[in-house]
Design a protein around this ligand. Structure first.
Ligand code: GLV
Ligand code: MN
Ligand code: MN
Length: 409
C-alpha cells in the first residue's frame, strides 16, 4: 500500500461517504455510520499489519509492535464521529494521518517503542451531551454515573447504545490505562480557526486547549392558549429564554478580549405548538476559553443575569452544570520535538491556542501530550464547508511522522 497524497485523499473521501447526507456528514457517536467508518479503518489497520483491538469503551487500538516490549508505547490518533451536518476533516485527518505516519514508520525498520493508532469513540458531545467519552475512559475519568443517565434526542440511552455494541457501561473502568504504559500522545487535527490561514504558516503547535464548561438551563413558564391569553397575563418560557440568550451573548462579548466565547447551540421548546404559549424551554450553553478566571467570571455574571430576568418575567429557572473542564496546557517537551520536526522538514510553524476541545486534553493527564494543527479554510468547521488543503495535510503528516519516529526510535 503506497502512502502518498492520493492515498490520503482517497481515504478521507471514502470515510466521508459514511453518514453523507443532503447537507454534510452526520456520523454521530455509535450510530451505524460511525460504526461503519470504524470498521473501515479497522480493515485498513489490519491490511497495514497493525494488531487491532477494541477496549471496554469501544476505542479502537492499532499497534505496531516495537522491538522492546518493556518500553512504553507512543500514541497518536483522533476521532471519526462528527457533529450533525459536519465536515469531512474534523478528527478524520488525525486518524488517516496517524495511519499514514505509522505506515511510513513501519518502513523505517523496527523501532524500540510500540506505536499505537487510537480511534477515540464519542469525541463530539452532539449525541449524548458529554464530550470526549473515549479519551476520558482511557485516562480513567469516565463519569459512568452521569453517562448512564444520558439520552440522545430520540430518547435512546447511552447505556442501551453501549449494550447494542456488546459494551457494558459497568466495565468502562477497565478501559483505563496507566501512565507507565504510555510514553507520549501526539494528535494531528485541523485548526478550526483562521490563525494559520491568516499568518500563512502551515503548522500550529498547540500551547493551550480551551476546555468547555457546559450548562443545561431549564426555563419554566405556563403553557397557555395563544389566542385567548392576554399578552400582559402570559408567563412565556421562550420569551425568558430569548432574553437569557441575548444576555449570554452580551456577557461573552464583554469578555471577548480575554478570548472567552459562549454559545446557546440547542433549544427545546415545549409543548412546541404554534397555538400554545411556550410552557417550558430547555437550552444548552457552551462556554469556553483559555483564561480560567474569565470563564469563572462569565459564569457568575450569566447566573446573576438569569436570576434578574426570571424575577422580572415571573418564570422559574434551573441551571444544571453538565461539565466544567479547565483549559489544558500541552507538554513543552513534546511541543519542542514538534518544533524540531517542523524545522527539519522546513515547514513554517507557529505556536497557537486551540479554541476547540480535543481528546488530547484528556490524554495529557496520562502522558506528555502535544498537538499539531493544519490550517482550516476561512476557519470554517462543524459545517459541511469545512476544508483543509491536501498539501497542508501532507505536511502535517510529515511533521507527525518525524515526531512519532523521534519518540519511538
Ligand atoms: C469538539 O469539536 C468541540 O466541541 O470542541
Ligand atoms: Mn468537532
Ligand atoms: Mn475534532
Amino acid at each position: 500500500m503506497k502512502i502518498d497524497k492520493e492515498w490520503v485523499i482517497d481515504q478521507i473521501e471514502k470515510i466521508a461517504c459514511f453518514g453523507k447526507g443532503q447537507r454534510g456528514i452526520t456520523r454521530l457517536a455509535f450510530t451505524e455510520a460511525d460504526i461503519q467508518a470504524q470498521e473501515y479503518i479497522m480493515s485498513l489497520m489490519d491490511q497495514v499489519g497493525l494488531v487491532v483491538s477494541r477496549d471496554q469503551m469501544g476505542n479502537i487500538i492499532g499497534r505496531l509492535e516495537g522491538g522492546d516490549k518493556a518500553l512504553p508505547a507512543v500514541l497518536t490518533g483522533s476521532h471519526l464521529d462528527t457533529v450533525p451536518e459536519g465536515g469531512k476533516f474534523d478528527g478524520v485527518v488525525g486518524v488517516v494521518g496517524g495511519l499514514a505516519a505509522i505506515r511510513r514508520i513501519q518502513g523505517m525498520g523496527v523501532l524500540n517503542h510500540t506505536v499505537e493508532l487510537i480511534v477515540f469513540v464519542g469525541e463530539e458531545s452532539s449525541r449524548f451531551g458529554f464530550a470526549t467519552l473515549g479519551s476520558k475512559a482511557m485516562v480513567g475519568l469516565a463519569d459512568t454515573h452521569a453517562w448512564s443517565k444520558a439520552k440522545d434526542q430520540n430518547g435512546v440511552s447511552f447505556q442501551q447504545v453501549m449494550a447494542q455494541h456488546n459494551l457494558n457501561i459497568q466495565q468502562i473502568g477497565a478501559a483505563a490505562r496507566s501512565s507507565e504504559q504510555i510514553k507520549a500522545f501526539v494528535e494531528l487535527h485541523i485548526e478550526q480557526g483562521q490563525v494559520l490561514e491568516k499568518s500563512g504558516n502551515t503548522i500550529g503547535i498547540v500551547k493551550t486547549i480551551a476546555a468547555p464548561t457546559r450548562l443545561k438551563i431549564t426555563v419554566e413558564g405556563i403553557a397557555a392558549h395563544s389566542g385567548s391569553t392576554p399578552m400582559e397575563e402570559r408567563c412565556d418560557a421562550l420569551v425568558s429564554a430569548a432574553m437569557i440568550i441575548l444576555a449570554i451573548q452580551e456577557i461573552a462579548l464583554q469578555q471577548a478580549g480575554r478570548g472567552t466565547v459562549a454559545t446557546v447551540g440547542a433549544l427545546k421548546v415545549y409543548p412546541g405548538s404554534i397555538n400554545v404559549v411556550p410552557g417550558l424551554v430547555e437550552m444548552w450553553v457552551d462556554l469556553r476559553g483559555v483564561n480560567q478566571e474569565s470563564i469563572v467570571e462569565c459564569l457568575q455574571v450569566i447566573k446573576d443575569a438569569i436570576s434578574n430576568i426570571t424575577e422580572e418575567q415571573d418564570t422559574v429557572v434551573a441551571i444544571e452544570m453538565i461539565s466544567s473542564e479547565k483549559p489544558v496546557e500541552m507538554n513543552p517537551e513534546i511541543s519542542k520535538l514538534i518544533q524540531k520536526s517542523c524545522t527539519d522538514i522546513g515547514a513554517p510553524y507557529q505556536v497557537i491556542h486551540s479554541r476547540a476541545g480535543h481528546d488530547a486534553m484528556n490524554m495529557s493527564k496520562l502522558a506528555p501530550t502535544g498537538m499539531i494543527f493544519v490550517p482550516s479554510k476561512e476557519g470554517i468547521s462543524h459545517n459541511p464547508d469545512e476544508y483543509t488543503g491536501y498539501d497542508d495535510i501532507m505536511t502535517g503528516i510529515d511533521v507527525l511522522t518525524e515526531t512519532l519516529y523521534q519518540l519511538a526510535k
